[in-house]
Design a protein around this ligand. Structure first.
Ligand SMILES: [Zn+2]
Length: 485
């Protein structure tokens, strides 16, 4: 059914329906079929197994796959396309096209490593031991799925086409797309799809992940185009995020306090988006002479690559950063910044004792180089861990933030004695007010709204607000149930 072209248009959520991962949506029009995003389901081992269950939608006859941005919950299954027989063009912004090779190769390598670690029992150890945590049996038994290999990635990258923002791109006669800046991470896009239908034009806008209304680093999102239907994310649709601790002052105060004790600061971050926002604040502090003698180490090669893209695309930046980049000055660069590209250098950094701020992933403290830095500083009260944003329930990050007394890492069991600081407001996602503002400030029309990419409670809360405040029709589609347009 989902694979056949018919006279009517439908939208089918293939993932991220009442949840925040696995983003994937099929748009079926009389002029052709397009998939928007093909992201990973993430979370528990059981959630990860869902990545293997790809719905049969006639992948071999798709007309295009569009990727909104380079986060793996939106693009992480693109490497499966060759095995699904899909050789359609993969359309995205030029910046996303630059990031995709690194993201997909790294994902393929990680899948392989995780299976080897699972077989050998050598996977990352990152758990709270005091207070004791309940053991979930499934965590131990399920082999992490291998979805694709580096050869699949090499093959699929030939299908990737970077296209300009704001310019219509024809997919087939009578079917076209246009990308709008979503200001979520560098290169992120909302996708407008339009098609000719019996002398009229029909249109849908897929928001992708939307950045906050005032992103400190990226330019303002454009107004919403007049479209018939909006498919909109709702990640933070149920809450407003306090932004008072997202400025340079709050971070600067932590630096001053920890520097006075001769300590170090660990900031767990994800490579795309969050790391650049934190690095931007540190760059502002460096320019104001307010690093308090601390060096800054970014231990994440993908984050450093993404940071470079900001220098080369001033047109995508917020005013302060744009002016710097236009003058050839790196907005995210400063004298005390150390860039860490390999494990040897990372080991040296974690063994050092000089005052420093270290940015490393993963942002949830569950894997990656952040764990070795954590082991080096968690048991001394002169150090601090700064959580810049939300922590996933069940992650070590959430455990430490909630006041864990002891944790287990590969190196052993550690008492948690360092300071823990939570700075909210670094989220790259629009909150409830931002999302309402985006819909309200549209250029015209009365779109029908379909909500995806949010926990069910967030979708319901945002849906109720949109109906009440904006008077628009809102639906919360279920996964795999086509919605007629
Ligand atoms: Zn995202």
């Amino acid at each position: 059914m989902l694979g056949r072209l018919s006279a009517s248009a439908t939208i089918t959520l293939l993932g991220a329906a009442g949840e925040v991962t696995g983003s994937c949506t099929l748009l079926h029009t009389p002029r052709g079929r397009v998939v928007i995003d093909f992201g990973l389901f993430q979370g528990t081992p059981a959630q990860e197994q869902r990545n293997l269950l790809v719905p049969e939608i006639g992948w071999a006859t798709l007309d295009a796959v569009v990727v909104t941005h380079a986060h793996v919950d939106h693009c992480g299954r693109i490497g499966m396309l060759p095995k699904l027989g899909c050789d359609a063009p993969i359309l995205c912004t030029q910046i996303t096209a630059e990031l995709l090779p690194r993201v997909l190769r790294s994902s393929a390598n990680l899948q392989q490593i995780r299976v080897e670690e699972w077989r050998d029992g050598t996977g990352p150890v990152a758990r709270v031991v005091d207070p004791p945590q309940p053991i979930v049996p499934e965590q131990e038994s399920l082999m992490p799925p291998v979805l694709y290999g580096t050869r699949d990635v090499d093959q699929v990258l030939h299908q990737v086409r970077g296209i300009h923002y704001d310019v219509w791109h024809e997919i087939r006669p009578g079917l076209r797309i246009r990308l709008h800046d979503a200001s979520h991470i560098i290169g992120s896009a909302s996708v407008e799809v339009a098609w000719d239908d019996a002398g009229a034009t029909k249109s849908v806008l897929f928001s992708g992940d939307l950045g906050p209304h005032h992103n400190p680093l990226l330019r303002e999102r454009p107004q919403l185009s007049p479209v018939d239907t909006v498919v909109m994310e709702s990640t933070n649709g149920g809450r407003d995020i306090p932004r008072s601790t997202a400025g340079p002052e709050a971070l600067g105060a932590v630096l001053q306090r920890v520097s006075a004790k001769g300590g170090r600061i660990l900031i767990p971050t994800f490579s795309l988006g969050r790391a650049q926002l934190v690095q931007w604040r540190l760059a502002q502090l460096a320019r104001a002479g307010a690093l308090h003698g601390m060096g800054v180490c970014v231990d994440a090669s993908l984050a450093l690559r993404a940071a470079d893209l900001h220098l080369h695309h001033p047109e995508l930046l917020a005013d302060e950063a744009r002016v710097m980049a236009e003058a050839g000055q790196d907005p995210l660069g400063f004298a005390n910044l150390t860039k860490v590209f390999n494990r040897k250098h990372s080991l040296k950094i974690s063994a050092a004792t000089t005052p420093a701020v270290i940015l490393a992933g993963s942002g949830f403290l569950d894997a990656g180089p952040v764990l070795r830095h954590l082991a080096s500083l968690v048991s001394e009260d002169r150090h601090a861990i700064v959580f810049a944003g939300h922590q996933l329930p069940g992650s070590l990050g959430q455990g430490v933030l909630s006041g864990a007394k002891a944790i287990e890492l590969k190196e052993g069991i550690f008492e948690v004695k360092c300071e823990t600081v939570h700075l909210e407001g670094y989220s790259g996602h629009a909150d409830r007010s931002d999302l309402l503002h985006w819909l309200e400030s549209r250029e015209g029309g009365t779109p029908r709204v379909l909500l995806n990419h949010g926990e069910q409670s967030s979708r319901e809360a945002l849906g109720a607000d949109i109906r009440q405040d904006l008077g628009l029709s809102v639906e919360l589609p279920s996964q795999l149930i086509p919605i007629s347009l």
